[in-house]
Design a protein around this ligand. Structure first.
Ligand SMILES: Nc1ncnc2c1ncn2[C@@H]1O[C@H](COP(=O)(O)OP(=O)(O)OP(=O)(O)O)[C@@H](O)[C@H]1O
Length: 242
C-alpha cells in the first residue's frame, strides 16, 4: 500500500523579498513497508518535504497524498498528523513538564493511547531510562534528541518522519537509535533526513535533493523537476544526471 505520494510537487515560501521556491517538481512514493532516506545539503528542501506531508505547507503545483488523502484543509491535515510521528530538529518538549509527563501529554493531545510498556522498553534501548523524571532543560543535546524520539514513537504512529534523528549523538547512541529504528523497519514506514551513513543500512531507498530538485535515487524511483525519470541504480553511489 502506498503511504506517501508526491507528484511533481512545487512549494514556495512567500517572503518579504518575493519568495523562495523550496521544492521544484519533486516526485516519489513510499509504501507501507519502506524506509526512505533523504540526503542533501543544508537548505536543499529536506524539511520542506516533511512539512508538505504534514500539511504545514501547501504545494503551489502538483499533488501530495498521505494515507491516500490530500492534507489540504486543516481538518484533514490534523487527522493525518495524528497518525504521524514527527521528530523535529528543534524539539517540541515543554520545559515545565518532565520527559515522562511530556510523553503522556503528547499522546493525550493526539487522542491516542500511550503504549506504556513499549515506552519503557524503548527508553531502555535508547539508554535514557534514568532521565524520564528530568525536565528537558536538564538534559544534554543528545539525551534530549533521544527523549524526543521516544516521545514520537510512544503512541504507535502509522508513519514516522524523522528529521536528523542521529544529529547531536555520539557513535554509541547513534547506534542505539539505528537499532531501535531497524527493529521497526517493515512495521512502520519511515522517511528520514540525515547525513549519517549508519542510517543507510536500514533504508530501502535513498533520494538526494539539491536546490529543491531530486537528483538521484537508489533502490527506488524518483524524478526531477522537469519530470524526466531519474535512472535508479542499486548498490551504487548516488547518480547525478547531467
Ligand atoms: N518559513 C520559511 N520562509 C521562507 N523560506 C524558508 C522557510 N523555511 C525554509 N525556507 C527556505 O526553503 C529552503 C529549503 O529549506 P529546508 O528547511 O527545507 O531545507 P533543509 O534541506 O531541511 O535544510 P537543513 O539541512 O539545514 O535543515 C531554504 O532555502 C530555506 O531557507
Amino acid at each position: 500500500m502506498t503511504v506517501v505520494e508526491f507528484k511533481d510537487v512545487f512549494v514556495k515560501y512567500e517572503t518579504y523579498t518575493g519568495g523562495v521556491l523550496a521544492l521544484r517538481g519533486v516526485t516519489f512514493s513510499l509504501n507501507d513497508r519502506e524506509v526512505l532516506l533523504i540526503m542533501g545539503p543544508s537548505g536543499s528542501g529536506k524539511t520542506t518535504i516533511l512539512k508538505a506531508i504534514l500539511g504545514l505547507v501547501q504545494p503551489i503545483h502538483g499533488t501530495v497524498k498521505v494515507f491516500g488523502l490530500k492534507p489540504k484543509d486543516e481538518k484533514r491535515a490534523l487527522a493525518i498528523r495524528r497518525r504521524i510521528g514527527y521528530l523535529t530538529q528543534e524539539g517540541r518538549m515543554i520545559n515545565e513538564l518532565t520527559v515522562w509527563e511530556n510523553i503522556i501529554f503528547y499522546a493525550k493531545g493526539r487522542g491516542r493511547s500511550l503504549n506504556e510498556s513499549l515506552v519503557r522498553e524503548l527508553a531502555e534501548e535508547l539508554n535514557i531510562k534514568t532521565i524520564l523524571d528530568k525536565h528537558p532543560d536538564q538534559l544534554s543535546g543528545g539525551e534530549l534528541k533521544r527523549a524526543e524520539l521516544l516521545m514520537v514513537l510512544s503512541d504507535d504512529p502509522g508513519l514516522l518522519l524523522l528529521d536528523e534523528p542521529t544529529s547531536m549523538l555520539d557513535a554509541e547512541n547513534s547506534e542505539a537509535v539505528v537499532n531501535v529504528l531497524s527493529a521497526l523497519k517493515g512495521r512502520v514506514p519511515m522517511i528520514i533526513t540525515s547525513h549519517d551513513p549508519r542510517l543507510q543500512k536500514i533504508t530501502n531507498k535513498t533520494l538526494e535533493i539539491i536546490g529543491g530538485e531530486l537528483k538521484g535515487a537508489r533502490g527506488g524511483t524518483a524524478s526531477s523537476s522537469r519530470g524526466e525519470r531519474v535512472p535508479v541504480r542499486r548498490d551504487e553511489s548516488l547518480h547525478r544526471p547531467g
